[in-house]
Write a protein that binds this ligand. Structure first.
Ligand SMILES: Cc1ncc(COP(=O)(O)O)c(C=O)c1O
Length: 418
């Protein structure tokens, strides 16, 4: 196997020169060049009216993407888990009961964050590869009477998406708050924040939104605003004369206090952190690209690419992982064939073809590859290149397979759709 140099710079102060890659793992993926260009635009002061207007435009863009009328729709600085953390530390007061249905790695992350926020966390778990029927969630609500359900929408660790519409309706019926982690699904498949009764939701840029990691879009409704207001707090150094804090317990994090962030993103623009100017530009461009394509068209593109990729993988004789009825269109789990080293195939894809695909975690470690087709990367040519390379790598690993069948099957799917 020939090895490409991974770094051409000489010594720690040499010029950075990342090797070209086609990134088709669970995220991050290749960013749209338009987004990268937007990040090189001149910085503005964070209270410059020109910048405030970009912030307001960005909020409007993400309201459309989240399909919500929530005034409180903005960006949290940090990767996707910053958005999760901001929602959970602000919504959960110490001692609150939180129900987390876990169907993959990121459910466990929600538990950990909810526990750190002081929540009394109860879980229901299902084996990785399936999701919960609403009846199981309803039974758990009746048994545990939580204040909040925190759930992942699309869990990249298992490549499955939990349908949320029925869960939102159940939460309303039983007066439970609902938070959903849409890090991996926003922009790749339908999400209707308001119609599905999701009280708070967060995402990240680095998956279906075609951007780099570094900022987390969030949205939340009046039910969450009421909690934030009850816990309202202003830093001493910026508080106006006569200010009195809210009666609820102060949020345990300053950086992720949604009430303070509302004050910062709201009309008063009360000083908080220094906004990550270039990441706001990136989020704005990611959203603009998605809305220019149209949400429906973007969802259809992800679905078609998924259909072609899975047709190709199946034609190669590979088995897909998980209950396919709930498969996310933007990431595909593939069983590593018996007798093949998953890591060796991935190393060959990266070293010889410059293509990154993902491995998996926990019970799936070494057993499943994850191939991402998200945002800018969800395109016909990438599917075909990835299938060609995977076939070649598997043949080099002495797997018997019908050569040429994968690309033919994928081409057939694209031809049928054209
Ligand atoms: C569903 C889901 N939630 C949360 C995260 C955490 O995101 P980040 O690594 O950007 O903090 C990821 C990352 O892959 C994810 O797929």
């Amino acid at each position: 196997m020939t090895k490409r140099p991974t770094k051409l710079a000489s010594g720690p102060t040499g010029e950075l020169n990342p090797p070209p890659r086609l990134i088709m793992g669970p995220g991050p993926l290749n960013a749209d060049p338009r987004v990268l260009r937007s990040m090189s635009l001149p910085l503005l002061g964070q209270f410059d009216p020109a910048f405030l207007s970009i912030m307001a435009d960005t909020q409007a863009i993400y309201r459309e993407i989240f399909e919500t009328r929530n005034a409180q729709t903005f960006l949290i600085d940090g990767t996707a888990r910053a958005g999760i953390e901001a929602c959970l530390v602000s919504m959960i007061e110490p001692g609150d009961k939180v129900l987390v249905p876990v169907f993959g790695r990121f459910g466990h992350l929600l538990c950990e964050i909810a526990e750190r926020a002081g929540g009394e966390v109860v879980t229901i778990e299902t084996e990785w590869g399936r999701v919960f029927p609403p009846s199981e969630i309803e039974a758990a609500i009746k048994q545990h009477r939580p204040k909040l359900i925190a759930i992942v929408h699309g869990d990249t660790s298992t490549t499955l998406a939990q349908p949320l519409e029925a869960i939102g309706a159940l939460c309303r019926e039983h007066e439970v708050l609902l938070y959903a982690d849409a890090t991996a699904s926003l922009g790749g498949s339908e999400i209707k924040t308001d119609a599905w009764h999701i009280d708070a939701m967060s995402s990240g840029l680095q998956k279906c939104l075609s951007g780099p990691p570094g900022v987390a879009p969030v949205t939340f409704n009046e039910r969450v605003v009421r909690i934030a207001r009850r816990r309202h707090h202003i830093e001493k150094g910026v508080a106006p004369a006569g200010y009195a804090a809210g009666p609820g317990p102060r949020v345990g994090s300053n950086y992720f206090d949604l009430g303070m962030l509302m004050d910062y993103w709201g009309e008063g623009h009360l000083n908080h952190h220094t906004e990550s100017t270039s990441m706001v530009y990136a989020a704005h461009e990611c959203g603009r690209i998605l809305l220019q394509e149209g949400l429906g068209a973007a969802f259809a593109r992800h679905a078609l690419v998924s259909k072609a990729l899975t047709a190709g993988l199946t034609a190669m004789g590979l088995k897909l992982f998980g209950e396919q009825a709930y498969k996310m269109p933007n990431v595909t789990g593939v069983m590593v064939p018996d007798g093949i080293s998953g890591d060796s195939v991935r190393a060959m894809l990266l070293g010889d073809f410059g293509i990154e695909i993902g491995t998996s975690f926990g019970p799936l470690a070494g057993r499943v590859w994850r191939i991402g087709t998200m945002g800018y990367t969800a395109r016909k040519e990438n599917v075909l290149i990835c299938l060609c390379a995977l076939e070649a790598a598997l043949l080099q690993h002495k797997l018997k397979l019908p050569a040429g069948a994968a690309v033919a099957a994928a081409l057939g799917v694209f031809a049928e759709a054209a």
